[in-house]
Design a protein around this ligand. Structure first.
Ligand code: NDP
Ligand code: 8X3
Length: 267
């Protein structure tokens, strides 16, 4: 290898960041992994469906990544998280960017008939899961005195809508936790950003409606929802600004959506 090539390779690898993404097996997380598959970044892609993650890893490896690491775990399970984090090198235990994206809604029912198991799953995933992953990595980020945590909230965390009850509450919690993290981590040089999207067409509604594809696709009828790639673009922008700049909070909506429930649809 000639000297110029070697120098370029070293420079290229130095520019690369370690990006840890939860919920990378689908939707926003997957699009975000693609967006960061550049400039010699190392991607740590996580989720429960290991086969989806492995498929994604082989696609990402064709791009200009330094490395792709697949970690399969359930963010509700602290032991699984600890075991997964222990597999990482010290450098990768302190990602430059942690994207807390994994989450879900289950059901759309009033509180008087809502399924309590679904409530628990949403609370355990969207609130406790996000905290579990963050708590496992923060000590290493603090040791490094740098890093950026980006939490995916939702319009549902800003406005409660009919039958959204517990899902909305979990996303309001993400809003509070993001503010709290920003205060607590300020002395340690760690930035915290919340991105709160409106409707994004992903597997989200299919999961919410227990696999009912027809009901799920009706959510996006007659208007252009955000694509997961739109959200990935904004995540990338927010996490690649100069070190002295931070976006604390960003509400990202489809142009046809004015609020949680007001959507201009073509008939
Ligand atoms: P998807 O259903 O397409 O993706 C959800 C991701 O979360 C999957 O990769 C899934 O992976 C992962 N996940 C869910 N539960 C767990 C768990 N217990 N442990 C580990 N990973 C888990 O939906 P989106 O991409 O739309 O959702 C991503 C985030 O965006 C969520 O937090 C959601 O609340 C939020 N959001 C979505 C909006 C939308 O309209 N789609 C709007 C606003 C916010 P796996 O199943 O492999 O574990
Ligand atoms: C997902 C958006 O409006 O379906 O967080 O709750 S919404």
């Amino acid at each position: 290898m000639d000297k110029v090539h070697l120098f370029n390779l070293i420079l290229y690898n130095r520019m690369g960041k370690t990006v840890f993404i939860t919920g990378a097996s689908s939707g926003i997380g997957k699009a975000t992994a693609y967006k960061f598959a550049e400039n010699g970044n190392t991607l740590i892609i996580t989720g429960r469906r290991v086969e989806k993650l492995n498929e994604l890893a082989s696609e990402l490896q064709k791009k200009s990544v330094a490395e792709v690491i697949v970690l399969a775990f359930d963010i509700r399970n602290r032991n699984e998280i600890a075991n997964a984090v222990n597999l990482l090198t010290d450098q990768h235990k302190a990602p430059d960017i942690l994207i807390n994206n994994a989450g879900l809604a289950l059901g759309l029912e009033p509180v008087n008939t809502g399924n309590q198991d679904d409530w628990e799953t949403m609370i355990d995933t969207n609130i406790k899961g996000l905290l579990n992953v963050t708590r496992a990595l923060i000590p290493f980020m603090i040791e490094k005195k740098s890093g950026h945590i980006l939490n995916i909230g939702s319009i549902a965390g800003r406005e409660v809508y009919l039958n959204g009850n517990v899902y909305c509450a979990t996303k309001a919690a993400v809003d509070s936790i993001s503010k709290a993290m920003r205060i607590d981590l300020l002395p340690h040089g760690i930035k915290v950003t919340q991105i709160a999207p409106g409707a994004v067409e992903t597997e989200f509604s299919k999961v919410r409606f227990g696999g009912d594809e027809e009901r799920a696709s009706a959510i996006y009828n007659g208007f252009a929802p955000l694509r997961p790639e739109d959200v990935a673009e904004v995540i990338h922008y927010a996490t690649t600004l100069p070190s002295h700049v931070n976006i604390n909070d960003l509400l990202l909506m489809p142009a046809s959506q004015a609020s949680a429930t007001i959507i201009q649809r073509k008939s």
